[in-house]
Design a protein around this ligand. Structure first.
Ligand code: PLP
Ligand code: COI
Length: 343
């Protein structure tokens, strides 16, 4: 597939095979040199740890084309460190964080033609991941691993662009084992697949998960964190150690405070108080900021005053500032933008 065949403005959030991927193997207690190759397929033993006990973790980040034609990534150091935390929790060797950044640089530069043009609405999504690759039949960690990054150009995560979403309060639990919700391990996602299919079948765009212990507190959705805006213009976001610590959310909290002069609160949020917020949005690498218009709690509708037609005005400001920073229109805080050197 050549980039010339791609209709950038109409891409969905899907996989498109690109030319090069980064691969490194861990064996006998050490990572090899690693490098790029053109083979998108993986051949593994039938008993590999990833197949038997789902010993796998992943990350997600994006590369953007700036207005002046450069290619940049957004805070890849935070993906590297979060992946290290995920790996430790699943008894996997950590892929060195400096090598993670080098791998990001190499794989984006090698597929530079697939970074969508500025203003097209599309971006390049990077998927770093790692899995146990040697046979394990007793319940124990693998001793050999593979780390990979592939890239794929993507459009909006939710169909319908910036149209507000309808969510439902979800009765299913992702059954994140205690204390693992803060990492990006594959585990929790498999448990959310039934819930998302069920939500879509019933006409909802996503699930609002509640905390499993009390089922009274707002957690996150299947692929994004929540932000809420109060009627007096504060940003409020759930504090929980069983949700993914979103890099987008951490960045938005900073942007709200330092760029927009807003008050920011990270605290427990009860489902009961959601009806009092003025705006609601989902934030994440893939979701960027996707506005939520309505949440249905077992037949009872919570409709946000911002409505079902467009983003609320404060959500819009946050969106414009964050994407402005990511695409080089607004000066970024030091260290947030990592430029890719394309030879
Ligand atoms: N929550 C979940 C479950 C996710 O899969 C993601 C996506 O990465 C996020 C939140 C948002 O995290 P980030 O902003 O780091 O992409
Ligand atoms: C991301 O935004 O990187 C995610 O992980 C969301 C998703 C595609 C599950």
């Amino acid at each position: 597939m050549s980039n010339k065949q791609l209709d950038w403005s109409n891409l969905g959030f899907g996989y498109i095979r690109t030319e090069k991927r980064y691969v490194s193997n861990f064996k006998n207690g050490a990572w090899d040199e690693g490098g790029l190759n053109e083979d998108a397929n993986i051949v593994l033993n039938e008993c590999a740890g990833v197949f038997q006990y789902a010993q796998t973790v992943f990350e997600g980040l994006k590369a953007y084309r700036t207005e002046d034609g450069r290619i940049v990534t957004f805070r890849p150091d935070l993906n590297a460190s979060r992946m290290a935390e995920s790996a430790k929790r699943l008894e996997m060797p950590v892929f060195p964080e400096d090598k993670f950044i080098e791998a990001v640089e190499a794989v984006v530069a090698a597929n530079a033609d697939f970074v969508p043009p500025y203003g097209s609405g599309a971006t390049m999504y990077l998927r770093p991941y790692m899995f146990g690759s040697n046979p394990v039949i007793g319940v124990k960690p693998a001793t050999e691993y593979q780390f990979r990054i592939f890239v794929t150009p993507v459009g909006p995560y939710f169909k319908g662009g910036a149209k507000p979403l309808t969510l439902r309060v979800c009765d299913f639990d992702r059954a994140a084992p205690r204390g693992t919700g803060h990492i990006k391990a594959g585990l929790n996602y498999a448990m959310s697949l039934h819930a998302i299919v069920d939500a879509h079948n019933q006409g909802y765009d996503e699930n609002m998960y509640l905390d499993s212990a009390t089922r009274t507190k707002v957690e996150e959705t299947g692929g994004a964190n929540f932000i809420f805006i109060t009627k007096d213009g504060k940003l409020v976001t759930p504090k929980s150690d069983t949700i993914l610590p979103s890099i987008t959310r951490r960045s938005l909290c900073y942007v709200a405070k330092e760029y927009l002069g807003m008050e920011v609160e990270e605290r427990e949020i009860l489902l009961d108080e959601v009806k009092d917020f003025a705006e609601c949005g989902l934030c994440g690498t893939a979701a960027v900021i996707s506005p939520v218009g309505k949440i249905v709690d077992h037949g009872k509708e919570i409709c946000f005053p911002s409505g079902m037609q467009e983003m609320g005005s404060i959500t819009r400001k946050l969106y414009d500032t964050l994407t402005g920073i990511q695409m080089g229109r607004i000066e970024a805080p030091a260290g947030w933008i990592h430029e890719i050197n394309v030879k």
